[in-house]
Design a protein around this ligand. Structure first.
Ligand SMILES: Nc1nc2c(ncn2[C@@H]2O[C@H](COP(=O)(O)OP(=O)(O)OP(=O)(O)O)[C@@H](O)[C@H]2O)c(=O)[nH]1
Ligand SMILES: [Mg+2]
Ligand SMILES: [Zn+2]
Length: 296
């Protein structure tokens, strides 16, 4: 029996890294019966034969898990956005931040394609960057191919982390990894021109060893719903609201129309940015309108 971590899942096989070796494992039948699916990122124990093939026996309790991408025990998310191609959307950035905050994953924001932006666009981005930095987030704004010293700083963040790259298709997630570790040679592409709209260049889920940590590059997706997040939990995912909500008159306050709401007061005073609050209201409505989900 040995212990390791699943670094890749493909066609019913789980590739488990233990020490310097990778073992090709199958899940025990009991997992199927219990409807447990081993996930990339799972810490497992497994039996194996001399040829390096084995069966996963136990799965350690997960610290967290995501469904898109299906991966467990993530410690960090790098949210990649662009200043143009595709255009920057603070709403989309907040959507990713909410996802990440809800799972207690540490976010890092990387804005790419600085070289494609006009001075006016760059100025707008720096306003946003000041806002997000004031919230406590770390933000890098770079041209991935040109700003080598800044990319070097981003690289430092990978060490000892299990990182997921998130962001729309075409923002430069795979490019970032290629620049940091050229031997990866991940396929990248311009979605709108050569491959057609919405066609992803990144397909399966795998943890790659990059700069002293593990990273999952994932295909970008344009729609992202809040499938399990509850109404009451949403304001905790806006870190500036989380601080204020303790002072709302009602403990169940959703910060919409309730009297003596500390969050709304902070919006009026400018302490909370109007656009962040608008996104909160938008996401809240999406959660309220969400169709109930029935298990099986
Ligand atoms: N000019 C410029 N182009 C960039 C930059 N970063 C990425 N690109 C280009 O943007 C295109 C898309 O990059 P990818 O790395 O494939 O994007 P992705 O986020 O991995 O996309 P998906 O895998 O589809 O989700 C490629 O042609 C890159 O060369 C940048 O900072 N500046
Ligand atoms: Mg990619
Ligand atoms: Zn309130």
């Amino acid at each position: 029996m040995a212990a390791g971590r699943i670094i890749k899942a493909l066609s019913g096989f789980y590739y488990v890294q233990s020490g310097d070796r990778v073992y090709t494992c199958k899940g025990r039948g009991v997992f199927r019966n219990q409807r447990i699916t081993p996930l990339v990122g799972d810490y497992v124990t497994f039996d194996y034969t001399d040829d390096g093939e084995g069966y996963i026996q136990t799965i350690e309790e997960r610290k967290n898990e995501l469904t898109r991408p299906p991966i467990a025990n993530i410690t960090q998310a790098i949210i990649v956005t662009t200043v143009s191609e595709p255009d920057f959307s603070s709403q989309l950035l907040d959507r990713f931040l909410v996802k990440v905050e809800a799972k207690e994953i540490k976010p890092l924001i990387v804005m790419t394609k600085k070289d494609l932006a006009t001075d006016a666009e760059i100025a707008v981005m720096y306003d946003y960057i000041a806002d997000y930095e004031a919230l406590g987030y770390t933000v890098y704004f770079v041209s991935l191919e040109q700003d080598t010293s800044e990319v070097e700083l981003i690289k430092q963040h990978f060490k000892d982390e299990v990182t997921v790259l998130m962001g729309q298709s075409g923002v430069g997630k795979s490019t970032l990894l290629n620049v940091i570790k050229p031997t990866l040679e991940i396929k990248t592409g311009e979605i709108s021109k050569s491959l057609g709209r919405g066609k992803h260049t990144t397909r399966h889920v795998e943890l790659l060893e990059v700069a002293g940590g593990f990273v999952a590059d994932t295909p970008g997706f344009s729609s992202m719903e809040f499938q399990t997040l509850e109404q009451e939990a949403l304001s905790d995912c806006f870190i500036e609201m989380k601080k204020n909500k303790a002072y709302c008159k009602f403990r169940s306050c959703l910060h919409v129309k309730e009297p003596q709401c500390a969050v709304k007061k902070a919006v009026e005073s400018g302490e909370i940015k109007q656009y962040r609050y608008d996104h909160y209201l938008q996401f809240l409505q999406e959660i309220i309108d969400r169709k109930p989900r029935y298990s099986s």
